[in-house]
Design a protein around this ligand. Sequence first.
Ligand code: HEM
Ligand SMILES: *[C@@H]1O[C@H](CO)[C@@H](O)[C@H](O)[C@H]1NC(C)=O
Ligand SMILES: *[C@@H]1O[C@H](CO)[C@@H](O)[C@H](O)[C@H]1NC(C)=O
Ligand SMILES: *[C@@H]1O[C@H](CO)[C@@H](O)[C@H](O)[C@H]1NC(C)=O
Length: 331
Amino acid sequence: MGRELGWRWRVAAWWAVVAVAVGGAGAGLLESNPGLAYNFYQTTCPNVDSIVRSVTWAQVAANPALPGRLLRLHFHDCFVQGCDASILLDNAQSEKTAPPNLSVGGYEVIDAIKTQLEQACPGVVSCADIVALAARDAVSYQYKASLWQVETGRRDGPASLASNTGALPSPFAGFNGLIQSFAARGLNLTDLVVLSGAHTIGKASCSSVTPRLYQGNSTNVDPLLDSAYASRLMSSCPNPSPSSATVDLDGSTPLSFDNNYYINLQNKQGALASDTALTQNAAAAQIVNDLTNPTKFYAAFSMSMKKMGRIDVLAGSKGQIRKQCRAVNTS
Ligand code: HEM
Ligand SMILES: *[C@@H]1O[C@H](CO)[C@@H](O)[C@H](O)[C@H]1NC(C)=O
Ligand SMILES: *[C@@H]1O[C@H](CO)[C@@H](O)[C@H](O)[C@H]1NC(C)=O
Ligand SMILES: *[C@@H]1O[C@H](CO)[C@@H](O)[C@H](O)[C@H]1NC(C)=O
C-alpha cells in the first residue's frame, strides 16, 4: 500500500514537471509535426478537455475494464490506416468486423463523448481526437492526473476496411515480426518495448494464450514461461476454454497502470508470446530492464504515445469532422 501511494505521488510530481515544461514551451508545433498541436481546440472548443474527461471518468468509475478497452482502441485505430477513427465506422466490411476486434470495445464511450461535444461545439472535434483523448483520460482516472499529453487536430477518415486489420501485429509474433510491424509505422525498438507496456492493464482472450499452454488435448507449456505462472494461466484458461474466458495481461497488478509489466517480463510472466519476445533480444531486454524504473517508464510512454498518435494522421483540410463517429458524413 505504501508503495502504491509512493508511485502515485511520484506520477503526480513527475506530471507537474512535464506540465510546466509544456506550458513554458508555448504549446506550439513540434519538429516533423504532421499538423497537430496541443490545445488545437483552444478557441474553437475550449471545454473539450473537461467534457472528454468528465464523460470518460464517469464511465470508468462504473466499469474498470474501460481503460484497457479505450487504450487498445486508440492503438488499433492508429495502426490500421492511421489515427483517423476508421475503427469506429459501422458498415459491413469495416475494421470492427475483423477477428482482431474481439476485445476491442469502448465504442459507446466515444459516442457519449461525441454527443456532448456536438452540443457544446457542433462539427468541431474529430472522432480521431476523441479516441486519443479518451484513452489518456481513461488511464488517468486511477491517478487523477494525466500520464501523457495528447496533441489534437486530427481529422476523420472516409473509409474502413476489415482487410486492413491484417496489418496489426500478432500476439504470436516473434521479435522480428514485431519490429517490422512497428517500423512500418515509423516506430522503433524503443517504441515497441515502451508501448507494449500498455499491457500493464487489460485482458486477453484465452485464445491469445492457449497456444502457449496446450497442443491439441495435451499440455505443452512454452519453456519461456515460469512454471507457476503457466499453471495460473492454465487455471484461467482450461483446455478447451470457453470462448468468453480471459486472462489478465498483467498478472500481478491487472488494474493498475504501472511498470509491473516489465518486472513480470523479467520473471518470465509475460502473458502473450509477443510480450515474452521482448526478452529474447539483447537490445530489447536492456530496454525492458530500464523500464522497470517507473519514472523512466512514464516519461518514455508519454514520448512514444505522442509518436503513435501521429501515425498517418489527416490534418488541415484533409478528411472531415464526422457528425457522428460511426458513419461518414453524407453531403
Ligand atoms: C506489440 C504488439 C502488440 C500485440 C501483438 C498486441 C496484442 C494484443 C492482444 C492479442 C490482446 C488481447 C486481445 C484478446 O485476445 O482479446 C491485447 C490487449 C491489449 N492491448 Fe495489445 N498488442 C500489442 C501492442 C499494444 C499497444 C502498442 C497498445 C497500446 C499502446 C496495446 C494495448 C492493449 C491493451 C490496453 C489491451 C487490453 C485490452 C482490454 O482489456 O480490453 N497493445 N493486445
Ligand atoms: C467481430 O468480428 C467477428 C468476426 O470475427 C464478428 O462476428 C463480430 O460481429 C464482430 N464484432 C463487432 C462488434 O463488429
Ligand atoms: C527511437 O526514437 C526515439 C526518438 O523518437 C529516440 O529517442 C530513441 O533513441 C530511438 N530508439 C532506438 C532504439 O533507436
Ligand atoms: C480431444 O478430446 C476430445 C474430448 O474431450 C475428443 O473428442 C478429441 O477426439 C480429442 N482429440 C485428440 C486429438 O485426442
